[in-house]
Design a protein around this ligand. Structure first.
Ligand code: DHE
Length: 515
């Protein structure tokens, strides 16, 4: 209520002509939940960076009709269609300036759960490493499943619009969940309780855990930064303002953990650089420039940083994002801007080495790798073409392309499974899931458990015996299949389940999962 009074009084002080009609409507109807500054409060931030996915008249429809399973009401009775259209256009307009989101402001957002008590041992009988965390985006919860019995052990509310995979501490005890509005939530899987949450960015992409489990990096679109938090208490350890060699700032598309390198790797949206940030306190110095030393009469390399959080720039010919990493983390494949090419970068020498013709927007971040006829291959879906590309990652040649019933989003397999599972996320066949033999590269079965309902994203239990699939609908479910016979064994009702993550597979960097 206090917030509402402030927002209305601010409006009263500003002449109407200066605010424009939509700003007044915003103050009257939206500010109470979405914040006077449009940066979110009870509801999500209403800025172009957060609304990018509501294209065309979708945002108008949400304003008019509301959103099911949320507290967003419809406003068609209070606001005319014309005004709704103007309000939607206003919300798609960038903020006049990038908000300051520094360490002090981030620290201010910390919310600690007063009921949390750290237990000495797991407070459940399940195998703590065979738990699944299921993200339910329909009503903003996570469910924790026992990976042996498939009982739901707990269901906890999350921030709105959780995106990307939760990340786990190396012992599997704590998991961290991130929302597109930059909230990071810490959950103790021993007690199944939220520990705390804090807003590390205004508009964020994903999170990554350091190898030792001490740090969590948050990739932000807004501001243009990487926030590094302590996993112990979510305190801010470092904020990198992301500015390229030429002085231009950039959004961070994603941050990844590179365990063998003991570092974070950053994909940068707007500048032709990849950043590597050391998570090893003893990291070697990083040399980034040369000066002429008068005393020594020679050109000397200048170390810009060393040790923990030493930052290395890898210059590439154009911005790359959506990375697939080889299992040894020597190479990555990134998608070029024109989305018709993959570019291979050797991270050891810091150079582009190969180019792959990959039309139809390859979704490299979903890529997985396995041994095929004595060589290591990877497969990637394409967001705009009905195929999977299989690439030999020794010689960087496209081995084959597998035709599918439509463009897909996610792939999954497991070391103990002969199959890889590929969804068809787009088009009329988005209700099917292909199961593909990893040795013959042929589709052996196409599952369609509920005709007309979207089926997507698979995760295996720790032994690779069962595959869990999301029926990606508000009245959806997790469908559990026997991973050998491909028969359904159980169905658990869920609210628009998106990703699901097995603790063991994630902390061991299973071959079958994208990292
Ligand atoms: Fe994602 C992972 C980027 C749209 C669901 N998505 C990721 C990751 C990135 C990414 C960088 C890796 C994060 C990680 O796990 O650490 N996603 C993008 C995009 O750029 C894109 C195409 C556009 C955007 O809106 O940002 C996009 N993603 C979507 C969706 O529309 C999906 C289907 C629904 C949603 O929740 O927004 C979606 N993305 C997911 C999921 C993962 C993910 C479920 C984790 C996959 C996993 O198995 O690890």
């Amino acid at each position: 209520m206090i917030r509402r009074i402030i927002s209305l009084s601010l409006l009263a002080l500003t002449p109407l002509s200066a605010q424009g009609e939509p700003a007044v409507l915003y103050g009257t109807h939206c500010a109470v939940c979405h914040g006077d500054d449009r940066l979110g409060s009870l509801g999500p931030a209403l800025i172009p960076e957060s609304l990018r996915r509501l294209k065309g008249d979708k945002l108008e429809a949400v304003i008019a009709k509301g959103r099911i399973s949320t507290q967003m009401p419809g406003f068609s009775a209070q606001i005319t269609a014309k005004d709704i259209a103007e309000l939607a256009a206003y919300l798609h307009t960038p903020l006049p300036e990038i908000p300051v989101w520094d360490a002090a402001r981030i620290a201010d957002t910390l919310e600690v759960n007063p009921d949390y008590v750290a237990p000495d041992a797991p407070q459940h009988d399940a195998d703590p490493l065979n738990l699944f965390v299921v993200v339910e985006t329909g009503d903003h919860h996570i469910s924790v499943l026992d990976g042996d019995t498939f009982d739901v052990l707990a269901r906890l509310p999350t921030p709105l619009a959780v995106h990307g995979g939760p990340k786990f501490t190396p012992d599997g005890r704590f998991t961290f969940v991130m929302s597109r509005d930059g909230w990071v939530q810490k959950i103790d899987l021993w007690s199944m309780q939220e520990v705390a949450r804090l807003r590390a960015g205004v508009n964020s992409r994903n999170i990554a855990m350091s190898k030792d489990g001490k740090y969590l990096a948050v990739a932000n679109y807004l501001p243009h930064s990487l926030t590094i938090l302590s996993t112990a208490d979510l305190s801010v350890q470092r904020i990198f303002d992301v500015v390229g060699k030429e002085g231009e700032s950039s959004r961070v598309s994603a941050v990844y953990q590179a365990p063998q390198r003991d570092s974070f790797i950053l994909a940068l949206k707007d500048i032709p650089e990849i950043w590597e940030i050391a998570t090893d306190p003893n990291a070697d110095p990083v040399y980034e420039g040369f000066v002429h030393s008068r005393e020594k009469g020679m050109v000397e390399a200048i170390a810009s940083s060393e040790g923990l959080f030493a930052r290395r720039r890898i210059e590439v010919s154009e911005p790359l994002d959506d990375f697939f990493f080889t299992p040894d983390y020597r190479f990555l494949i990134g998608a070029a801007r024109d989305s018709d090419r993959g570019v291979v970068v050797n991270l050891n020498v810091g150079r582009e080495t190969h180019e792959l013709p990959l039309s139809g927007l390859p979704h490299l971040g979903s890529g997985i790798s396995w041994e095929y006829q004595g060589r290591r291959v990877m497969a990637t879906p394409h967001l705009r073409e009905a195929k999977l590309s299989v690439i030999d990652i020794q010689n960087w040649e496209i081995l084959t392309q597998i035709d599918t019933d439509g463009p897909g989003f996610f792939l999954r397999s497991h070391e103990n499974s002969p199959y890889l599972w590929a969804d068809v996320f787009f088009g009329p066949n988005r209700d099917v899931m292909h199961v593909i033999d990893k040795n013959t590269l042929k589709i052996v079965k196409t599952l369609r458990p509920v005709p007309g309902k979207t089926l997507a994203h698979v995760e295996f239990d720790r032994d690779g015996q069962y595959a869990l699939v999301s029926l990606w609908e508000n009245d959806g479910a997790i469908i559990i299949y026997d991973a050998q016979t491909l028969e359904e064994v159980k169905r658990l009702p869920m609210s628009k389940p998106s990703g699901k993550y097995n603790v063991f597979n994630k902390i061991t960097f299973s071959d079958g999962t994208s990292h």
